[in-house]
Ligand binder design. Structure first.
Ligand code: HEM
Ligand SMILES: *[C@@H]1O[C@H](CO)[C@@H](O)[C@H](O)[C@H]1NC(C)=O
Ligand SMILES: *[C@@H]1O[C@H](CO)[C@@H](O)[C@H](O)[C@H]1NC(C)=O
Ligand SMILES: *[C@@H]1O[C@H](CO)[C@@H](O)[C@H](O)[C@H]1NC(C)=O
Ligand SMILES: *[C@@H]1O[C@H](CO)[C@@H](O)[C@H](O)[C@H]1NC(C)=O
Ligand SMILES: *[C@@H]1O[C@H](CO)[C@@H](O)[C@H](O)[C@H]1NC(C)=O
Ligand SMILES: *[C@@H]1O[C@H](CO)[C@@H](O)[C@H](O)[C@H]1NC(C)=O
Ligand SMILES: *[C@@H]1O[C@H](CO)[C@@H](O)[C@H](O)[C@H]1NC(C)=O
Ligand SMILES: *[C@@H]1O[C@H](CO)[C@@H](O)[C@H](O)[C@H]1NC(C)=O
Ligand SMILES: *[C@@H]1O[C@H](CO)[C@@H](O)[C@H](O)[C@H]1NC(C)=O
Ligand SMILES: *[C@@H]1O[C@H](CO)[C@@H](O)[C@H](O)[C@H]1NC(C)=O
Ligand SMILES: *[C@@H]1O[C@H](CO)[C@@H](O)[C@H](O)[C@H]1NC(C)=O
Length: 332
């Protein structure tokens, strides 16, 4: 009762002291019907362009969901990862350390944007396109569907130093990665569920080769790597070999969205150190989530959908903030 009264008073105070329309809209929540009048077919347009791209590139869905992740962790889900250098943009996020020669799918985002602009010009943000493309990609790969919340607007800045520091690295300790998730309001439940996105897509040798021959200066490989899997990886990523050779993040079903990522961890077949440490570090609450998702794909799919919504809610611009870009690569 008391709590309810406080909420009412706060609500009145907001009306009294912040009557400005822009500020009221700035508090607006995303919802699933934002485009129901202005672009009712937006989800199927996105899905059909992604589906078409998959015909020639079975990896593209994985690349698209990663773009949404890297967008949301830097200044919120505002399409900032898509901006190229030019005009007011002096340093891009797409060439920041975690993205440079790694993030991909920008051309497909542009194709989606073009297709949407043909049906409903000037209303759908690039930030929302990333959220919708992530959902379509998961669903087309056999994963769960969820109602994507939309109504984001596109940001006016790129934050390269933010991208360098806020996006987790595969070499970081679990506590550090947990801290980077907490910094954007995501908990360990979200961390474990969202890490399950590594059930599809690829990773270059340079992101895990430190595990293969001389791990942490020990003179031996990472002891948490299954020995058969280790031999395969040593062959694909030899010492002095190419640092950019691609490897499946989930060797058991490379392009399917399933819970094999978690069963891999149980058999010491996590590709990145940041993957395997979810199982091999003695963090009991995380360990029990990994076990649950490995044993129950339904539980993983439910948690993943909820955590994608949580990630998509990271400080979006709404109302009159930002803009709706007409070209995702640059400011209007
Ligand atoms: C938990 C911390 C995470 C770390 C340290 C991490 C790190 C990485 C690295 C190093 C790669 C390989 C990139 C390359 O070789 O070019 C990668 C790929 C990928 N990541 Fe993550 N990631 C994390 C979380 C996530 C999350 C939250 C998602 C999405 C919800 C995600 C989705 C993906 C996908 C789908 C790929 C494959 C992309 C492709 O094939 O183009 N990752 N990640
Ligand atoms: C969705 O959000 C927009 C913008 O905040 C708002 O105008 C609209 O009424 C919301 N729709 C629902 C069903 O809440
Ligand atoms: C919606 O988009 C899909 C895919 O592009 C298309 O097949 C369908 O005809 C569209 N429907 C409407 C009502 O425009
Ligand atoms: C670029 O920066 C200038 C100076 O801050 C500003 O007036 C202008 O609106 C900016 N342009 C865009 C497209 O944001
Ligand atoms: C990105 O990679 C290119 C090489 O492909 C390199 O020339 C450039 O300096 C890198 N950018 C940053 C910011 O490190
Ligand atoms: C981001 O990291 C790259 C690679 O380490 C570096 O070249 C670049 O200067 C950094 N950018 C900023 C703004 O700190
Ligand atoms: C850039 O990102 C960092 C870390 O996420 C944040 O602290 C900083 O305020 C951001 N800078 C701008 C200009 O938004
Ligand atoms: C974790 O973060 C701490 C504090 O910022 C830092 O000193 C340490 O090097 C990081 N560890 C790893 C493995 O990245
Ligand atoms: C492993 O790395 C450590 C530290 O860099 C080095 O001292 C050692 O000689 C290396 N061992 C082998 C077998 O290469
Ligand atoms: C890798 O290259 C270094 C320097 O050229 C050389 O000393 C070393 O023997 C090479 N290692 C292997 C495994 O080929
Ligand atoms: C986890 O705990 C077990 C048993 O207590 C221990 O043998 C193992 O070394 C620990 N692993 C790590 C990574 O701390
Ligand atoms: C699997 O997880 C779902 C969703 O949490 C739950 O409803 C179901 O009972 C679980 N199944 C088993 C066999 O535990």
């Amino acid at each position: 009762m008391v709590g309810y009264g406080v909420v009412v008073l706060v609500g009145i105070a907001v009306v009294l002291f912040y009557p400005c329309k822009a500020e009221a809209q700035a508090q607006a929540q995303l919802n699933s019907t934002f485009y129901s009048k202005t672009c009712p077919n937006v989800s199927s347009i996105v899905r059909s362009v992604v589906q078409q791209a998959l015909q020639s590139d079975p990896r593209i869905g994985a690349s698209l969901i990663r773009l949404h992740f890297h967008d949301c962790f830097v200044n919120g889900c505002d399409g900032s990862v898509l901006l190229e250098v030019g005009g007011n943009i002096t340093e891009s996020e797409k060439s920041a350390a975690p993205n440079n020669n790694s993030a991909r799918g920008f051309d497909v985002v542009d194709n989606i944007k073009t297709s949407i602009e043909n049906s409903c010009p000037g209303v759908v943000s690039c930030a929302d396109i990333l959220a919708l493309a992530a959902q379509a990609s998961v669903s087309l790969a056999g994963g769960p569907s969820w109602n994507v919340l939309v109504g984001r607007r596109d940001g006016l800045i790129a934050n390269q130093s933010g991208a360098n520091t806020s996006i987790p690295s595969p070499l970081e300790a679990l506590q550090n990665i947990t801290a980077k998730f907490a910094a954007v309001g995501l908990n360990t439940n979200d961390l474990v569920a969202l890490s399950g996105a590594h059930t599809f897509g690829r990773a270059q040798c340079r992101f895990f080769s430190n595990r293969l021959f001389n791990f942490s200066g020990s003179g031996t490989p990472d002891p948490t790597l299954d020995s058969t899997y280790l031999a395969t990886l040593q062959q694909n990523c030899p010492q002095n070999g190419s640092a950019t050779t691609l490897n499946n993040l989930d060797p058991s079903s490379p392009d399917s969205f399933d819970n094999n990522y978690f069963t891999n961890l149980l058999s010491n077949k996590g590709l990145l150190q940041s993957d395997q440490q979810l199982f091999s570090t003695n963090a009991s609450s995380i360990l029990s989530l990994v076990n649950n998702f490995a044993n129950n794909q339904t539980a993983f799919f439910q948690a993943f959908a909820q955590s994608m919504i949580n990630m998509g809610n990271i400080t979006p611009l709404t109302g009159t903030q930002g803009q709706i870009r007409s070209d995702c690569k640059k400011l209007n």
